[in-house]
Write a protein that binds this ligand. Structure first.
Ligand code: KG4
Length: 334
């Protein structure tokens, strides 16, 4: 089954062609990061307008690059929630028009389900059930993946996503947007015990997380140095931050892994690219005996192949949409 898939929930426009879920024929990605860099974050209207500009050409290129004809396609899948609403609307409207024009079924895909499915592309042997930590710029979720389309949220952030904590902290460290990768690089030159940062514990659910206090603590340290003239150890603060974020994520995930007992732990989303988090998961899974799945960098960030992959399983489960499909800024994945 050949699926044309579309992703436009934030600042990447992407169109892919996948076969039977896991085989990627092409994955075309246009990143808008340069357009937003001078603002230090994604500007929603600029994001929407850029999606409009490039999405048709990207689709043309995807079909050409996959070596298929339009008539070979079997369905159109689209990331319809959650995300910046103006941005998501562009992809949804394009996918609806394509499905209508080509007389194909339309498959709505939750963006975070897509991130989790990136693991199916990277690891052909991986099958549910498994535990997945989905960590991106807008979402931080601990998910019990019981089946391809039956997912249960075990815990989530109560405020900022882990990626947002990196992106906002990067600003006060004088690093460009998106800040996760530059913080990761800077952290390699610093000591991770240089600054004392909080490890928030949130209320009654031990699997819930919080990152806004951590972000504020980093900003306060930087401002304190600015005001007192004390020299800021930027690399030390970056390393201390990576350690603190990892300390919030890895032990919680491993506790959930013990509770579920699947023996399989997966990580997904842009923040999964972080080297400290990867190293800590590798060590924790070596100790626990769980198999660890972390997709390669190019599949961690936003892409359309992951939407096509999850779309295949949604289609098999009978999840298709009509021409009244809407876009949503927020939506639970379960
Ligand atoms: O999954 P993604 O591309 O987009 C969303 O769906 O949000 O994730 C982007 C996030 C950004 O916050 C970015 O700073 C973060 O992933 N990121 C990283 C690293 N590379 C990207 N965070 C920490 N360390 C990295 N190496």
């Amino acid at each position: 089954m050949l699926i044309l898939s579309v992703e436009s929930t934030c600042d990447e426009t992407a169109v892919a062609v996948t076969e039977n879920g896991r085989r990627v024929l092409t994955d075309q990605i246009f990143s808008q990061a340069d357009l937003h860099a001078i603002y230090g974050g994604v500007v929603p209207e600029i994001a929407s307008r850029s999606h409009v500009e490039v999405i048709s050409q990207l689709a043309e290129r995807a079909i050409r690059d996959a070596g298929v004809e339009r008539r070979d396609l079997d369905a159109v899948a689209v990331s319809y929630a959650p995300g910046l609403i103006g941005a998501v609307l562009v992809g949804v409207n394009f996918a609806k028009s394509a499905a209508m024009a080509l007389r194909l079924p339309l498959i709505p895909v939750h963006h975070v389900r897509g991130h989790i499915a990136a693991n199916y592309i990277a690891f052909p042997e991986l099958e549910p059930p498994f535990l997945c930590l989905a960590i991106s710029g807008g979402n931080t979720l601990l998910v019990d993946v019981q089946d391809y389309t039956r997912l249960r949220i075990l815990g989530q952030t109560r405020d900022d996503a882990a990626g947002e904590c990196f992106d906002k902290s990067a600003r006060v460290l004088g690093l460009p947007y998106p800040g996760g990768a530059p913080i990761d690089a800077l952290a390699r030159e610093g000591r991770d015990d240089r600054y004392a940062l909080p490890r928030p514990y949130v209320g009654e659910n031990p699997y819930d997380m919080s990152f806004s206090g951590l972000k504020t603590a980093v900003i306060n340290i930087a401002h304190h140095c600015e005001q007192t003239g004390e020299e800021l150890d930027r690399a030390g603060l970056a390393a201390s931050l990576c350690r603190a974020v990892s300390d919030s994520l890895v032990p919680r995930t491993m506790a959930a892994a013990r509770e579920l007992g699947y023996g399989k732990v997966a990580v997904a989303g842009g923040v999964a690219a972080n080297s400290r988090i990867r190293a800590d998961f590798t060590a924790a899974c070596q100790e626990s005996g769980d198999a660890l799945f972390v997709p390669p960098m190019r599949l961690c960030g936003d892409n359309a192949a992951m939407i096509g992959c999850q779309g295949y399983y949604e289609y098999l489960a009978g999840h298709t949409a009509g021409t009244d499909l809407n876009a949503y800024a927020n939506m639970s994945l379960s």
